[in-house]
Each structure stands twice: as structure tokens, then as C-alpha cells.
Design a protein around this ligand. Structure first.
Ligand SMILES: Nc1nc2c(ncn2[C@@H]2O[C@H](COP(=O)(O)OP(=O)(O)OP(=O)(O)O)[C@@H](O)[C@H]2O)c(=O)[nH]1
Ligand SMILES: [Mg+2]
Ligand SMILES: [Zn+2]
Length: 366
């Protein structure tokens, strides 16, 4: 019986990314009579889950623990109660990948933006000046998520000169080793076929600043206006934060796309490996340094500084690398401090319980 029900959900959910591995992971929940589904939106204590029987609204009270990294998120595969009012999401399957940022630089708290994504698409508008450092920051988190990053330069129609466009793409490529860089125009349709091909290979999430054109791209790929779009502000070209929830959409050409609200900034979140991947060529050069613990400051025989001198490595890259490394170390240290403080608090609490129990015992002996 379990196998027939999982077979039927397989066919209905496969356009949302359901596969044999998810089915295997879900088997114990299927045995309990729970339904598999994928979270398409999370919204104040409730979420929309697409199941073999269509989209249903479910309560997330069971999957909103104190740790924000363990809160159910768009893209999660969940086990939903087959009936009930409200229906509860009982649990979610272990994530294959997760895109996490720190919510603000002041607090050391991580926030998960999308789960189970194969491609993290960083949307960057060509209507405003390129900020390579910001792209590097997004890419560090993208690599760290476990997904393959892709940079999409949007609104290419605003750069009509092909030589200028080629230079812009090249600039971004130097900041993104190992990352495909595409230019697209949702307005004119250029590059959409390449992007559709990327998206068709699993689950992709669109990330970037407000006004970058994420929802316009989602609509263009979907072939219908599912997402609201608003003009950017005339004064500075910034977006109006039109999209407010993270939305998962099944694409007609295959694959799944998650559109997300524009991010003002993305703080690193324990992204040391991601940073190393963004600056892979620096790590490679560092292997040639005379001292293996070279800080690339003024050491003799430093291959990194030599590459800057020869022009092979832009100085901006090294500065950006240092900045992100320092920021990441701060976040990691803060998190460690927070975790230590929590452990101390827990010991104190336990100590207090122990003391109270001892006093009660003594009271009892009296
Ligand atoms: N010229 C041009 N304008 C575009 C293109 N794509 C999007 N835009 C415009 O950019 C503006 C912002 O687009 P949105 O799709 O709402 O941007 P978003 O990234 O979803 O923004 P948030 O939801 O606020 O994060 C709109 O006025 C779009 O019409 C494009 O290819 N060319
Ligand atoms: Mg949007
Ligand atoms: Zn060095």
C-alpha cells in the first residue's frame, strides 16, 4: 500500500523535484500515514504545501523551533497530516542544501532563505553600477549553501553596445571563478533560453537586491505573470521591495524556481569555505608563497603580492577577500560566544534546579 501511494505521489510531485531519494527518506513518515509535500510559501505561522492532491495550507507550529536555522522554509520537503483543521506540518526531511545569511551584522543569527536548491542564481541589475564586492559576498553564501552559483546580469537591453556588455560580463567573471555568468533581458527575451536550461536542472533560487528584476525573470520563464513587479525608484534605481514572501514555482520547461524578496544586504554566516571558493585563484597562488602561513602582507617570496605586481591579480580582489575573511571570522567568533553563553545559561539553570532540589530534599529531611 505504501508503495502505491508513494508511486502516485511520485508522479504528481515529480515536477516539484520529488525523486527516489526523497521517497526513501520519506518512507517512515508514509508508514505513519503522513503526506509528502513541498513548501511553496511560508507566511506567518502557516505555509502552503504542494502535495499530490494539490496545494494545501498547513500550520507550522511543530516546525518553528527557536533555532531559526531549523524553521521550515520554502523548498523544504515536509510530512503533512492527511486531515485536520488546522492540518499540521509534522516534520521536514533533512535538507540537501540550504542558503543561509546572517540577518544583520549586529546579531549573530542565521536566517535560512531557501532549502534544497541546486542552483543559486544571483541576479544583478545592469541598470545600476556593478558592485563586484557585493557579488562576491552573495557568491560566498551561494557556494557555502552547497548549490552551484550562477550570476545573471539582468536588463541587458539597457546596455545596447555589445562591446560594453562583453566587458561588464568579463568584469564579473574575474570576481566569480567557476561561476557561469549570463546576461539576460526579460524585456527582449535575450538569454532566457540559457537561463531556462539552468533552471530545468533541478531547483533554483533567485537572489539579489530589490529591483534587480528577479520576479520579472520568474514571470518570463513561467510564461505568465505569477509574481508582482514594480518599477524601481527614479532617484536611485533601487527597488520597492515588491516581493515579500519566498515563492516556489514549477517551470513549464521543467525544474523549479524560487523567487525571493530583495535583500538589502547579505551578511556572511559561517561561510569560510564559500569565501575560499569565491577567491579560489588566491588560494591557488598562496600555495606558491615561500612561507606556508604567508599573510600576503610584505613577506618575501609572496606569490600573491607578485601576482598583484604583475597585474595578474587585481588588488581589489585581495582587499575584498581580506574583508570577507575578517567579517566571517567575526561572525564565527560571535556565534561561538553566543553558543558558549547559552551553555553557561543552561548550566546555571540546571544548577538552580539542582540547588532547589537539594533544598527541597533538606526541607523534607527536616
Ligand atoms: N529594461 C528592463 N527592465 C526590466 C527588466 N527586467 C525587469 N525590469 C524592470 O525592473 C523593475 C523591477 O523588477 P522586479 O522584477 O519587480 O524586481 P525584483 O528583483 O523582483 O524586486 P523585489 O521583488 O523588490 O526584490 C521593473 O520595473 C521591471 O519592469 C529587463 O530585462 N529590462
Ligand atoms: Mg520581486
Ligand atoms: Zn603570500
Amino acid at each position: 500500500m505504501t508503495s502505491t501511494s508513494s508511486n502516485s505521489s511520485h508522479s504528481a510531485l515529480s515536477s516539484y523535484g520529488w525523486d527516489e531519494n526523497w521517497a526513501d527518506a520519506f518512507a517512515p513518515h508514509a508508514a505513519e500515514g503522513l503526506l509528502p509535500g513541498r513548501v511553496v510559501r511560508v507566511d506567518r505561522g502557516q505555509c502552503d504545501v504542494v502535495t499530490a492532491d494539490g496545494v494545501l495550507r498547513a500550520d507550522t507550529a511543530f516546525v518553528t523551533p527557536h533555532d531559526p536555522l531549523r524553521v521550515v522554509c520554502t523548498g523544504d520537503w515536509v510530512a503533512v497530516e492527511p486531515a485536520g483543521n488546522p492540518r499540521y506540518v509534522r516534520t521536514y526531511l533533512p535538507r540537501r542544501t540550504a542558503f543561509v545569511r546572517s540577518t544583520s551584522s549586529k546579531r549573530s543569527e542565521g536566517q535560512i532563505l531557501a532549502a534544497n536548491v541546486d542552483h543559486a542564481i544571483v541576479a544583478v541589475s545592469l541598470a545600476v553600477e556593478l558592485d563586484l564586492a557585493r557579488i562576491e559576498r552573495f557568491l560566498a553564501l551561494a557556494w557555502e549553501s552547497g548549490a552551484q552559483p550562477v550570476v545573471v546580469l539582468t536588463k541587458a537591453d539597457l546596455v545596447p553596445d555589445p562591446v560594453t556588455l562583453a566587458y561588464l560580463v568579463q568584469d564579473v567573471e574575474t570576481a566569480a571563478p567557476g561561476v557561469p555568468v549570463l546576461s539576460v533581458s526579460a524585456e527582449q527575451g535575450e538569454g532566457l533560453d540559457v537561463l531556462a536550461a539552468v533552471v530545468s536542472g533541478g531547483t533554483a533560487v533567485l537572489l539579489g537586491q530589490s529591483g534587480a528584476g528577479k520576479s520579472t525573470l520568474a514571470n518570463a520563464l513561467l510564461g505568465e505573470d505569477a509574481m508582482d513587479v514594480q518599477a524601481t525608484r527614479d532617484v536611485d534605481g533601487k527597488g520597492r521591495h515588491t516581493t515579500t514572501t519566498r515563492n516556489l514555482l514549477a517551470m513549464p520547461g521543467g525544474g523549479v524556481l524560487i523567487d525571493t524578496p530583495g535583500l538589502r544586504g547579505v551578511g556572511l554566516w559561517d561561510a569560510g569555505n564559500g569565501v575560499d571558493q569565491v577567491f579560489a585563484e588566491i588560494a591557488e597562488l598562496a600555495e606558491e608563497c615561500r612561507f606556508h602561513d604567508c599573510a600576503h602582507e610584505s613577506e618575501p617570496g609572496c606569490a600573491v603580492l607578485a601576482a598583484i605586481d604583475s597585474g595578474a591579480l587585481p588588488e581589489r580582489r585581495l582587499e575584498s577577500y581580506r574583508k570577507l575573511m575578517r567579517e566571517n571570522q567575526r561572525i564565527v567568533a560571535k556565534t561561538d560566544a553566543r553558543v558558549r553563553a547559552e551553555i553557561r545559561k543552561e548550566y546555571k539553570r540546571r544548577g538552580a534546579i539542582g540547588k532547589a532540589a537539594m533544598e527541597a530534599k533538606r526541607g523534607g529531611l527536616r
